[in-house]
Design a protein around this ligand. Structure first.
Ligand code: PLP
Length: 394
């Protein structure tokens, strides 16, 4: 018999993907350039030339088995070594190659990190608003995801609610900064407070509480925003990174887990990840992309378009009367909808070919997300549709 568990998931597909499919279909009717598709976080800027050149060089000069063969279980040693060096240089850390495990994007990184530090039945706390894929990421490991309600005034952490929800079954806390969907970057004060609560609770409960820090937007930070490196503040941190957004390569599927060298059992976690891979069929990202990215360490795509788009949208949304906390990074903005029912709001927006994601699946009611990783020209053209939508519907 087929799995009833996965069968039942078919009836609750991702809202974001469903809207993206709708936008594509609508594009076939009226031309995709006329659909203001703010649904999907698919980077719009091209990869840096250096990465394309590195791939061409590898493909044309290296031995086939070297670039297309299996890489060792924890990842290619050059990629791991270069990752450790780059993190140490940028953030004053002390990673060795042995603390780095290469993965298929942040999704792969989180899948390994959670399995390393939880057992079925354990609780993992995360903070609203949160990336809805955390539900399958965590719940399919047997651990249970619990969501701390949002602090909607700042979208930093709601510490009162967090303290209420902490209990001895919590083995891990999962954070995402810069945040999808709010675009907010957790401040140094937020990370310090979080670290101090976790340190205190570890002592009280007599076991570690690991911090899983999901950081695919770490490089997309706007002017003047302080973006602390989370692992510097709390020893038991597993940083989950992805090159999907910083190098615009989500289809290449590359990321890593970086284990803080001071974490409990730091010397064993990467070896455990290799065993987890055997059970999940993950078996390492492609060798070619690991080698190419290792040659481009520290580089990013030209990410400036995202800040430009954010400023245009923030100005227009606030002048139209939307309540919105200004993003500090990413390519998302998360305004309050003009009615309590965000789904109804999003449906009305569709009439104006504006594709806005209702907030319910992010764990907050009454908001919507715009993914502005699209051309600035299109963002500018969408403003008229936005004005018309507000005027005619509200
Ligand atoms: C917050 C967050 N975490 C994880 C992921 C998954 O990243 P990847 O596609 O690199 O696996 C995404 C992708 O959009 C994301 O927004």
């Amino acid at each position: 018999m087929i799995s009833q568990e996965f069968l039942s998931m078919i009836s609750t597909p991702s809202v974001i993907r469903a809207l993206s499919v709708y936008a594509t279909e609508r594009g076939k009717e009226i031309g995709y350039e006329n659909v203001f598709d703010y649904s999907l976080g698919n980077p719009s800027v091209p990869v840096p030339k250096e990465l394309t050149d590195a791939m061409i060089e590898l493909l044309t000069t290296k031995d086939s088995a070297y670039i297309h063969g299996y890489s060792p279980n924890p990842g290619n040693p050059i990629a791991r070594e270069e990752t450790a060096k780059s993190l140490n240089k940028r953030f004053g850390m002390d990673y060795k190659m042995d603390h780095i495990f290469m993965t298929s994007g942040a999704a792969g990184a989180i899948a390994h990190a959670v399995r390393c530090v939880t057992s079925p039945g354990d609780e993992v706390l995360t903070f609203a608003p949160y990336f809805p894929e955390y539900n399958p990421y965590i719940n399919k490991t047997g651990a249970v995801l619990k969501v701390v309600p949002a602090d909607t005034t700042s979208f930093q952490i709601n510490f009162d609610k967090f303290q209420e929800m902490l209990n001895p079954k919590v083995q891990a806390v999962l954070i995402n900064t810069p945040n999808n969907p709010s675009g907010i970057v957790y401040s140094t004060k937020t990370i310090e407070t979080l670290a101090s609560i976790l340190n205190e609770k570890q002592k009280e409960y007599g076991h570690e509480i690991f911090l899983i820090s999901d950081e695919p937007y770490r490089e997309i930070i706007f002017d003047g925003v302080d973006a602390p490196y989370v692992s510097k503040f709390y020893d038991n941190t597993l940083s989950c990174y992805s090159y999907s957004k910083s190098l615009s390569i989500p289809g290449e599927r590359l990321g890593y887990v970086a284990v803080n060298p001071k974490a409990k059992d730091a010397d064993k976690i990467v070896a455990m990840c290799c065993q987890i891979s055997r059970g999940t069929g993950h078996n390492c990202p492609a060798s070619l992309i690991q080698l190419a990215v290792a040659k481009c360490m520290g580089l990013t795509s030209d990410l400036s378009v995202y800040e430009r788009n954010m400023n245009i949208l923030y100005k227009e949304l606030t002048s139209l009367g939307f309540e919105v906390v200004k993003p500090g990074g990413t390519f998302y903005i998360f305004p309050k909808a003009l009615e309590d029912d965000a789904i109804a709001f999003s449906e009305k927006a569709k009439k104006h070919d504006l594709i806005l994601v209702p907030s319910n699946s992010f764990g907050v009611d009454g908001y919507f997300r715009m993914a502005y990783c699209i051309d600035t020209e299109k963002v500018e053209r969408s403003l008229e549709a936005l004005r018309k939508f507000v005027k005619e519907e509200y």
